[in-house]
Design a protein around this ligand. Structure first.
Ligand code: CU
Length: 122
């Protein structure tokens, strides 16, 4: 009995450690280039999907956020590295234009800094 309890505890601890420290696969999607504007859609529903969007440096970009959740957490999206911040309507695409001028990984988040998405500029 004691052994079973010990094993279950170990399994739980393992799961928790994996959840917090494991290297989770993140989805990266490249923006599509049309008429010298790169465009990509990001779904907002319990997080930002895809988790990483890849943009090319030096080409204006349009990020279309589609918020599917009424959770107040996602009322607002903040992109500090691009000087943008916006209120997102529910079920209605909202376009944010940015100019990716520097390469690197840039984080954006909900208004409360709880959920994060990333923009990779290459
Ligand atoms: Cu939040």
């Amino acid at each position: 009995m004691v052994i079973i309890v010990a094993l279950i505890s170990l399994a739980l601890i393992g799961t928790i450690l994996w959840w917090f420290f494991g290297n989770h696969e993140k989805t990266t999607i490249n923006a599509e280039l049309t008429d010298n504007v790169q465009k990509i859609s990001i779904t907002v529903d319990g997080g930002y999907k895809p988790e990483i969007v890849r943009l090319k440096k030096g080409i204006p970009a349009e990020l279309t956020f589609l918020r599917k959740t009424s959770s107040g957490c996602f009322d607002e999206v903040v992109l500090p590295d691009f000087g943008k911040q916006a209120k997102l309507p529910i079920d209605k695409p909202y376009v944010i234009e940015i100019n990716p001028e520097k390469s690197g990984m840039f984080k954006y988040s909900c208004g409360m800094h709880m959920f994060f998405g990333q923009i990779e500029v290459v």
